[in-house]
Design a protein around this ligand. Sequence first.
Ligand SMILES: [Zn+2]
Length: 450
Amino acid sequence: MTIPTLAALLASSVLFAPAPGAPGAGDPYFPKAGNGGFDVASYNIALDYRPKGKRVAGTTRITATATRDLSRFNLDFTGNTVRSITVDGKKATFARSGGELTVTPAAALRKGAKFTAAVTYDGSPSTRTDPSLGRNGWIPTKDGAITLSQPVGSATWFPLSDHPSDKALFSYAITVPKGLQVVANGEPAGTTRRSAKTTYRWRSEQPMAGYLAMIAIGRFDVRDGKSPGGVRTITAVDPTLNQNHDAFHRDTAQITDWGTSVFGRYPFGSSGGILDNVNVGYALETQNRPVYPGAADQLLIVHELAHQWFGDSLTVRRWKDIWLNEGFATYAEWLWSERHGGRSAGAIFDAAYKRAASDKAWKIKTGDPGAKNMFGGFPIYTRGAMTLHALRKTVGDATFFALLQEWPRKFAHRNVETADFVRLAEQSSGRDLRKLFDAWLYTGSKPPKP
Ligand SMILES: [Zn+2]
């Protein structure tokens, strides 16, 4: 037997040295996003919605595990009024500064301890405006509200660790006055009707990044069915939009099935989509159920449903790798076009490659574009897709299409980074691909034609 040294004892469990958790997850693009010192397992968001003033009141319950001894910890939360916070049922003290909510539990938390923080609050959540993204977070609509929160908008309506590196399970219990409905991520988990109010419960069975959390409050025509391939498909359409719900539902179901044929097994318990009267100027791949601003054509549905594999199931660990979301979703559009009588991916690549080498759009590095360029149309979406096409030309169709299934299968429901993809591409092709990825992702100039 070995006798543990004093140092080993101190390093293990004897020494209890609680210190504050970090106010950010360490992402240079959003230094205050997410938090350090704990890992969230689940969010339970119970809110009562009142149309007058579009107010909410309720409690978000967060279960988490301390990853170090914690004297206090932070959550991301803006606006609203925090009424009380408990940790494991005991009253905690708290302070707010900027978007940081600092919670000091009655007793410090030991590393490895599971705890539940319950934050009770009310208010009229404010919408975020981002110069490059437009309106996000909590967005009022004519008949209610909807949440569209990439990259850091969720903190406008519930307290969380708002960084994609901390995926967690979500459940919602949203109470609305009679006549309104709630559609959200995951699957319906029961409805309780009282005389004047109804509580809608939704629950996701798979982990989700905080920015994908979505509730839609309003009047909706809802369809709940199965795709021909057997994937549960729930769509909702605001009836005032005069959109063809049959067509939207059918396209969503068929494109989900097409996705499984190209990317492999659908990663979640259900697919779907929402057409809401919300003119933000973009669609968002909110998990299970992307939101479209008023209308959606097939290519847009292809893009947002491809994100269910790339972005939602496989989630970036750092925002600089956003091309792993947008490059793949854009390339899905190219593949859809190629297989449905449109231009081939090669023709779309060639057209994009015509952009002059002197064009400053080539200067932005796709694999690390900087926070202000992370949604750049050409550098992230188009050049990201071009990167995949360059890879396809280099390794051949058989290896490439096997990789398009192996990547989301191997890393399902996990965080990923570009290095994971490069490694897998090199393993499956048996080739050194560093030069290719360096030229396409990390060089601020036009790469040579593959
Ligand atoms: Zn996208």
